[in-house]
Design a protein. Structure first.
Length: 318
C-alpha cells in the first residue's frame, strides 16, 4: 500500500506543479488577487457538494471563532502571495523558498501547540534556514517583493497548519472548509476593483484549469494519505523541485544556477530528515509536520487537511 500511496502522491504533486505552471502563465497578465478570487469562486460547486455530503452533526458556528478567523485570514493570503511569487520568480527558486514550510511548522508548534522539539530536529531547522539563505544570497542577489511573498506564503501555510492541529478535534470539517473560502472571496473581492482586467477566453480557461487541477490533485493526495504512512507520502512533495526545473527550463527559458540547486538540496534534505525523525519518534513523540499534511502552496484557497479522513498511520499515532 505504501508504494501505491507514494505513486499517487507523485501523481498529485505532478498535477500541482502543472497547476502552478498555468498560474505562472495566467499571472503574466492577470493579478494574483484576481486569479485567487475567480479560482476560489470556481471551486464553490465542488466544495458545496462535499459540504452536503458531510453528515457530521452540528452547526456552522465555530467553537473557536478567534482561531478560525486567524486561520481563514492566513489561508486567504497564502495563495495570493504564492501566485505572485510564481509570476515574478523562477519556478525552482519559488519552490525552494516555499519548502521552508516544514521548518516553520516545527518552530510554530512549540509556542502554539506546546510541543517539544529535540536537538536533532532543531539542527535540521537551522540547516534548512541556511539553505534558504543560500537560495536568497542576501547581498549578492537583489531581493524583491517576490521573495518576500514566497516566504510569507510559507509562513502562512505553516501558521494555518499548526492552527488546524489545534482545531481538528473541536471543529466540524465543513467549518474548517467554509470560512477560509468565504474569507478568501471577501478579501480578494475587496482588492479586485483595484487590479481587475477583462479576461480573455484563454485566461478564463486557465482559471478553470487552475481550479480543477488544484481540486483533483488535493483529492489524490488525500487518498494517498489514506492508503499509506505519512512518512512515505510527505517526502513526495519534494518531487515538485524536479518538475520546477524541467518546466522552468523548457517552458520559461529559466536558468537554474548551482547555488539555487545547492540551497534547494539543503532545504529538501532538512525537510526529509524532519519527516523521518518524526516518523521514528526520536526522544519526542510529537509529529507536527507529519500531521499537517499540507503542500507548500494551497491551491484555490483551500487546504488539504480538512478533506482528510483518518488514515491508518494517524490512527496508529494518536
Amino acid at each position: 500500500m505504501n508504494i501505491k500511496a507514494a505513486l499517487l502522491a507523485l501523481l498529485a504533486y505532478g498535477i500541482f506543479s502543472t497547476h502552478d505552471v498555468v498560474v505562472k502563465y495566467v499571472s503574466a497578465e492577470v493579478s494574483a488577487f484576481q486569479i485567487v478570487f475567480f479560482s476560489s469562486l470556481l471551486s464553490f460547486p465542488l466544495l458545496t457538494l462535499m459540504m452536503v455530503r458531510d453528515a457530521t452533526p452540528g452547526t456552522l458556528r465555530p467553537n473557536r471563532p478567534g482561531w478560525i478567523a486567524l486561520r481563514s485570514l492566513a489561508m486567504a493570503i497564502i495563495p495570493a502571495c504564492a501566485f505572485y511569487a510564481f509570476s515574478v520568480l523562477p519556478l525552482a527558486q519559488t519552490y525552494a523558498l516555499l519548502f521552508a514550510t516544514p521548518f516553520l511548522i516545527t518552530i510554530l508548534s512549540i509556542p502554539l501547540l506546546g510541543e517539544k522539539v529535540g536537538l536533532p530536529r532543531m539542527a535540521a531547522v537551522i540547516a534548512g534556514f541556511i539553505g534558504v539563505l543560500v537560495v536568497l544570497r542576501p547581498g549578492e542577489t537583489e531581493l524583491g517583493l517576490g521573495h518576500a511573498a514566497a516566504l510569507l506564503a510559507a509562513f502562512g501555510n505553516a501558521f494555518q497548519s499548526v492552527i488546524l492541529r489545534k482545531l481538528r478535534h473541536v471543529e466540524r470539517r465543513v467549518v474548517l472548509m467554509l470560512f477560509p473560502i468565504l474569507t478568501t472571496v471577501v478579501v480578494m473581492g475587496v482588492a479586485l476593483p483595484f487590479v481587475y482586467v477583462p479576461l480573455t477566453g484563454a485566461q478564463m480557461g486557465g482559471l478553470v484549469i487552475i481550479s480543477a487541477f488544484g481540486f483533483c490533485a488535493t483529492l489524490l493526495l488525500v487518498y494517498s494519505y489514506s492508503l499509506g504512512e505519512s512518512a512515505v507520502v510527505a517526502p513526495m512533495q519534494y518531487s515538485q523541485m524536479i518538475w520546477a526545473i524541467l518546466f522552468g527550463v523548457f517552458l520559461f527559458q529559466e536558468s537554474v544556477d548551482l547555488l539555487t540547486i545547492l540551497g534547494a538540496g539543503i532545504i529538501i534534505a532538512s525537510g526529509v530528515f524532519i519527516v523521518l525523525r518524526e516518523a521514528r519518534g526520536g526522544r519526542s513523540s510529537t509529529t507536527p509536520v507529519l500531521k499537517s499534511r499540507s503542500r507548500p502552496v494551497l491551491s484555490s484557497g483551500f487546504g488539504l487537511s480538512w478533506l482528510s479522513k483518518s488514515s491508518s498511520d494517524e490512527n496508529r499515532s494518536e
